[in-house]
Ligand binder design. Structure first.
Ligand code: ZN
Length: 319
């Protein structure tokens, strides 16, 4: 059944479609569909609740479910990979490609669930993620650095990109000279677009944030001289050189905040306040007119997660 092209998807050209998964708020979390000569790949999936949209886009494009040959989460954080198992059940011809450090969590998601439970709590887990569906081991392939995944002859080159998480890889699409960056190239919300273009910030979500590795991974992505980046949060950005410089400067700012933060029970709030000030100052220089209450509302969740992830990194590097 062919349906109209949905309002929550965007055709980016060259067979690439961004799906707004609807997670958390509009224009927060994207999944991508790449179509090449009647074959298709999903890159990131969003959560279980995104699966109807992912399947709905296939319907709108007139693609049968067995046209999807690859599902490739950038890493196994649940806003990127929580829906993988449920989606794989609907796609009989698909192989799951995952970083070797993430594969076991897709085959048996119980540890992933427990880890996320510790960060988000039980109520939020039920409401935002739903039960995680395991993927049969025989449908899972692991990637390695420089491996090429082919979609009907179109190459997607894998780069191992630790720093945000050890289980993170990015994918290079030569045709558009773009990286599918997951969370490695940070977060860029469209609410912060101004006449100067997009704004971007790093994400240090628990529990594997390692700033030195993240800097190295970002520099590695930039070394390809990309024309664009396909971010999960949210969608495609261009002007990559400027955004890369901004991202690295803000990463340095976050590290400085972590190193300067008081130890003890006041550290968490102190880091959150300092990050809000850092990002607010950067956004003001970017010409963003949103006031501090508006910024707090848009960035609250990311700043909370960033502070938690920075604390784990600080405790590990001190201990
Ligand atoms: Zn992540």
């Amino acid at each position: 059944m062919q349906t109209d092209y949905p309002s929550w998807a965007e055709d980016l050209g060259h067979g690439i479609h961004a799906v707004d998964t609807g997670f958390h708020r509009d224009r927060f979390d994207a999944a991508y569909l790449m179509v090449q000569d009647g074959h298709a790949a999903f890159i990131d999936t969003g959560t279980n609740f995104a699966v109807p949209r992912l399947l709905g886009l296939l319907d709108a494009l007139g693609l049968p479910r067995d046209a999807v040959t690859h599902v490739i989460p950038t890493h196994v954080h649940l806003d990127h990979a929580g829906g993988v198992g449920l989606l794989m059940r609907e796609l009989p011809a698909a192989t799951l490609w995952v970083h070797p450090r993430g594969a076991r969590h897709m085959i048996d998601p119980s540890m992933l669930w427990q880890g996320a439970l510790a960060v988000y709590g039980a109520e939020e887990m039920e409401r935002s993620y739903g039960a995680l569906v395991p993927v049969p081991a025989e449908r899972v392939k692991t990637t390695s650095d420089h491996v090429v995944i082919e979609l009907a002859g179109r190459p997607l080159v894998v780069a191992d990109t630790p720093g945000h998480a050890r289980h993170h890889h990015c994918l290079w699409d030569e045709e558009t000279r773009g990286w599918f960056t997951g969370d490695t190239f940070g977060l860029s919300y469209r609410e912060f677009d101004t006449a100067r273009g997009a704004w971007i910030m790093p994400t240090s979500t628990p529990v594997q944030f390692e700033p030195e590795l993240l800097r190295h991974s970002i520099e590695r992505l930039l070394a390809r001289d990309p024309a664009c980046m396909y971010l999960t949060h949210f969608s495609r950005v261009r002007d990559v050189r400027r955004l890369g410089s901004l991202l690295l400067a803000l990463l340095d700012g976050m590290v400085a905040i972590g190193r300067a933060a008081p130890s003890g029970p006041t550290r968490h709030e102190a880091m959150k306040d300092a990050m809000l000030a850092l990002f607010g100052t950067s956004l003001a220089a970017h010409g963003c007119p949103i006031d501090s209450a508006g910024l707090r509302a848009l960035l609250e969740m990311d700043i909370e997660l960033n502070a938690q992830g920075m604390a784990i990194w600080l405790d590990r590097s001190l201990g």
